[in-house]
Ligand binder design. Sequence first.
Ligand code: ADP
Length: 450
Amino acid sequence: MRLYTHKEALAGGGLVVLAIIIGAAGNALGWALFGAALLGLVHQHRVLANFARWARQPLRRPHLGNGGLQQAADSLRWSLLRSRRRVGNALRYLVRIRGVTEALPDAAVLIDGDGDIEAFNQASGSLLHLSRQDMGGNLGALLRHPEVVSLLKQRVPDATIEIGSPFAEGQRLELRRVNVAADRDLILARDVTHLNRLLSMRQDFVANVSHELRTPLTVVVGYLEAIEEESMDEATLRHLVGKLASPTRRMRALVDDLLMLTRLESSPNPKPEDLTPIDVKELVDRVVDEVAGLTTKQHRIERRMRSDLRVLGIEKELHSACSNLITNAVKYSPQGGSIDITWSSNGGGALFEVRDQGMGIPPEHLSRLTERFYRVDLAGSRVRGGTGLGLAIVKHVLKRHNTQLQVESEVGEGSRFYCRFNSDQLQPHSPAPIEVENPAPALRRDATAS
Ligand code: ADP
């Protein structure tokens, strides 16, 4: 880039020539040249003053009055504008990245090679209790956990540890070290308490199913081996084959319950068009007949049913829930016990209730009753033919019908299992009196496994 343009060089040269001519004509060459130099200096001063003014706000267009300097200032201005745009873009990008890291549910902490904190996101506050004062502090020293200290020391790429949170009892944290630059690492921490619980629930579930199936299967295999190995007359054979019925029924009940539960858990919630008005009175009558066919226990089953109240639901699911509750009432009540089943209007909605005067449930078990395979008395439940899945099924059915199973119980006094439906879950009806039926006929065969 030239300091002067052609025009400026010509003008400068012309001024000198003019000064020489004028100076020679007037016999004052020195003065003339001095005058020309002075004019040149004044011009340069103006250019420099313009430059200084422009330099204070270099993003404005420069008007310097000097071609070379003007060009230099122009290109400086353009490169400034370009860098400003680049910095602006980088800043916007940073703000976006920051927004993303702030929104992360996991903690992200940037540390240097010594484990000192350089930056962290919002979730680090709740998960790792980091605050502004901790900036620059050492993460290992702040968390005071030997495994964290060794994670920070390790140079293993993508190393991961799981620790009990030093801040919240029972909380499990997974910390992962990710290398992001030569001397920079990101420590990502997330709460894995829920995930761990799910994993252990899955393990428990598989172990429970295997165990529940293995017991009757062992019985079946035992009888089959006896039949295979020993020669026996037809009567003995029939007797032994008869022994296979109970464990086989038990396995089928378990598989049926498992399939039902899996279907309930994996199906999307029913849409309004899937629901039909269910005659709960008719449904309960049917269930009582079915249960009566399975037990020899003598029970008084009293029904107080509103025949006009119909709940909008899925018949098969409500049948299963109802059947489990009534079967339990029979199973866990002694011979001759009373069972009351009520379907009544309740504060604009409706109440379904199964109440027995059976053995009752100790209070510490109440909150866990609907867990899969949870039993108050494992042996007792098995003897009574229980799978440990009945109340889990009831819970899911009711959840899919926007209501909740409630339990009240007192040891030695009995139990009350009930749920409420809102008015919008009922088919519009015309009021009718409560029907009280005579006690159901004595129940016959026993549902217990042999
Ligand atoms: P199960 O097949 O063992 O009956 P459930 O899921 O139906 O499994 O019930 C879970 C546990 O709740 C039962 O094992 C039993 O201990 C208890 N339980 C359920 N209903 C009653 C009841 N009406 N009275 C007393 N205990 C009950």
